[in-house]
Write a protein that binds this ligand. Structure first.
Ligand code: K1U
Ligand code: ZN
Length: 174
């Protein structure tokens, strides 16, 4: 099922999420719905708070060409980050049509729990590294615009407030 994606500003996008203690049927449904929602958007990642679920769950697939490579991570943490930085023109499904350059470690090692309740560790590089850091930020109530200066951040926030007013007034199609 495709779920609605929250648009910034929304208090749920600013709050830290709860750890997942147990991999229940509800978690499996949430992960499946989030993958459906991410592919439909389309996007390369999605974090649970973006669909209003305040749980430490992210999904990703950064493969542009070739067979899909969906990843589901519960309670992900970065336990190592490279000193070298990489700049990427980031977007966010909760901040539609707005892009800005963000500098982050070019490689990270992440530990997480899978849907099978096993612990995994993996190094991510390139776009995967950027994406996993962006998604983990969501779980801590942080958005990519929080890395920008106050003027740029305010400008984007005002655009989103206007977008939300228009959506509330006219719906999707006008
Ligand atoms: O978390 C999100 O809001 C999803 C976001 C992830 C992301 C994008 C860019 C850098 C870091 C993290 C998106 O997927 S925005 C859409 C997007 O980047 C994209 C959409 C279609 C094809 C390729 C990229
Ligand atoms: Zn985002």
């Amino acid at each position: 099922m495709i779920r609605d994606i929250l648009i910034h500003p929304d208090p749920r996008l600013k709050k830290p999420c709860d750890r997942v203690q147990e991999v229940t049927a509800e978690i499996h449904v949430l992960a499946k719905d989030m993958l459906d929602t991410m592919y439909d958007a389309p996007g390369i990642g999605l974090a649970a708070p973006q669909v209003g679920a305040m749980k430490q769950l992210i999904v990703m697939d950064c493969i542009k060409d070739g067979p899909p490579q969906p990843m589901v991570m519960l309670n992900p943490i970065v336990f190592w980050a490279s000193e070298d930085l990489s700049v990427y023109d980031e977007g966010c499904l909760s901040i539609p049509d707005q892009y800005a350059e963000v500098s982050r470690p070019g490689s990270v090692k992440v530990r997480w729990m899978g849907l099978d309740a096993q612990t995994y560790e993996q190094q991510f590089d390139g776009l995967w590294a950027t994406c996993v850091q962006h998604e983990i930020d969501h779980l801590n109530g942080k958005l990519f615009i929080d890395y920008l200066g106050p003027l740029k951040r305010q400008m984007i926030t005002r655009r989103m407030e206007k977008l939300k007013r228009e959506r509330a007034r006219f719906g999707d199609g006008r």
